[in-house]
Design a protein around this ligand. Structure first.
Ligand SMILES: [Mg+2]
Length: 397
């Protein structure tokens, strides 16, 4: 079998978003569908490629990279040589999200050819995974978070992760790009949510690197320890590994990082060796399923957990092929009051990460990644040349 072409189909669609205490229902986005075609009629697909999860299409730079350099590299090759392509892309400094999109479209292709879900091709380990509700940051008042946590518990979630206040002052309701963290309010939030649901939900906490000193991270970390939070994720910028080593030495709560640092398996392996964090972290838009499985294997060998970052079908297949002892939770979201996450996107027949009443997300039984596309919707909403704009937390507006 040979790869004959790689195509990207951008199309216009709508999804609920949220920013700075304000729901943004049915926000227009540009989704992208990447397709790898072969001379035997079997194809592989990947939806998205940027932002959080599967919902955000790739921007023009990623699309151009794929349609020029990657297409030139892969056309004429055997689509099952994923590891060879991964090595080619890594050494040629391919952007990590592009590596991920290509790697996952190839996994989908292999699964479609074999008639088997990707997680079983990787080696099936479980067909459902515990989910946690992952909030948007800046959800307004402390009471908003408390009500939201209770509502998530009622939906079946057994665990809840707070993204607190950053780049936004909860007192003024204004954005503050230069002073990203609001520790006093964050600590109020930590205690209020623990008071409300701490006896019935596992709680995690993620300020997304907005504490700029070890001292700030220590102050908040000690409050999290008092309330038995399960992990403290990405507390500081991830470029300063020594600062993470000092923080991990000082605190008993597990530090979960690095989540967004470049270098996928290589930086994660280095952090594990240095003891810079207690739990590692990566997602499929940092080098694909192939990079994440390598990372999970390193972590398993060292007895370090690897909690998978973000929602997304590729992440779910990694979880289905990994032990709960190493990769425990699926991050479901982002969620906020007024955001409908459970509805099926209009371009699919079925949701990619449906959750049951006990808070488990089920792996798809369809072949490949498990997509069921509504092709008419995609062709009717084609948007050639349209640029995707994702919502930054720090954006003005
Ligand atoms: Mg995070």
């Amino acid at each position: 079998m040979k790869i004959t072409d790689i195509k990207i189909t951008p199309f216009r669609t709508y999804v609920d978003r949220y920013r700075n205490a304000e729901p943004l229902p049915q926000t227009e986005i540009i989704q992208t569908l990447t397709t790898i075609e072969t001379d035997e009629g079997v194809a592989g697909h990947y939806l998205g490629g940027q932002g959080h999860g599967d919902q955000d299409g790739m921007g023009s730079a990623s699309r151009e990279f794929i349609l020029t350099r990657i297409r030139e590299l892969l056309v004429g090759q055997n689509p099952f040589d994923r590891e060879k392509f991964w090595q080619w892309m890594w050494v040629s400094k391919t952007p990590e999200n592009v590596m991920g999109v290509i790697d996952m479209a190839l996994w989908d292709l292999a699964g479609n050819y074999a008639g088997m879900p990707v997680y079983q091709m990787l080696g099936g380990c479980r067909d459902k995974v515990k989910a946690y509700a992952s909030t948007y940051p800046n959800m307004g008042s402390v009471e908003n978070y408390v009500e939201h946590a209770i509502a998530c518990r009622e939906q079946g979630y057994q665990a809840y992760k707070i993204h607190p206040y950053y780049f936004w002052n909860p007192e003024t309701g204004r954005q503050v790009p230069g002073r990203p963290s609001h520790i006093k309010h964050d600590i109020e939030l930590i205690h209020a949510v623990a008071d409300a649901v701490g006896d019935s939900m596992v709680l995690m906490y993620d300020p997304w690197g907005t504490y700029h000193t070890v001292e700030e991270a220590l102050v908040v970390g000690r409050e999290l320890e008092k309330r038995n939070y399960y992990w403290f994720e990405h507390p500081m910028p991830e470029e300063r590994v020594d600062a993470y080593q000092r923080l991990s030495d000082e605190l008993t709560i597990p530090i979960c990082s690095p989540e967004i640092l470049a270098g996928h398996v290589f930086t994660r392996a280095d952090w594990v060796k240095r003891g810079a964090a207690d739990i590692s972290r990566i997602d499929v838009l940092r080098g694909g399923i192939t990079a994440v499985k390598k990372t999970v294997n390193v972590c398993e060998a060292y007895g370090v957990k690897c909690e998978i970052h973000m929602s997304g079908i590729g992440n779910l297949h990694v979880l289905g092929s990994s032990s709960e002892d190493t990769c425990e939770y699926y991050e479901r979201g982002l969620l906020a009051p007024g955001v409908d996450y459970n509805s099926t996107p209009p371009y699919l027949e079925a949701s990619l990460d449906p959750m049951d009443a006990e808070g488990y997300v089920h792996l798809p039984s369809r072949p490949g990644l498990g997509y069921s596309f509504i092709w008419d919707y995609i062709s009717e909403h084609r948007a050639e040349g349209a640029e995707h704009m994702s919502l930054g937390y720090w954006a003005r507006g």
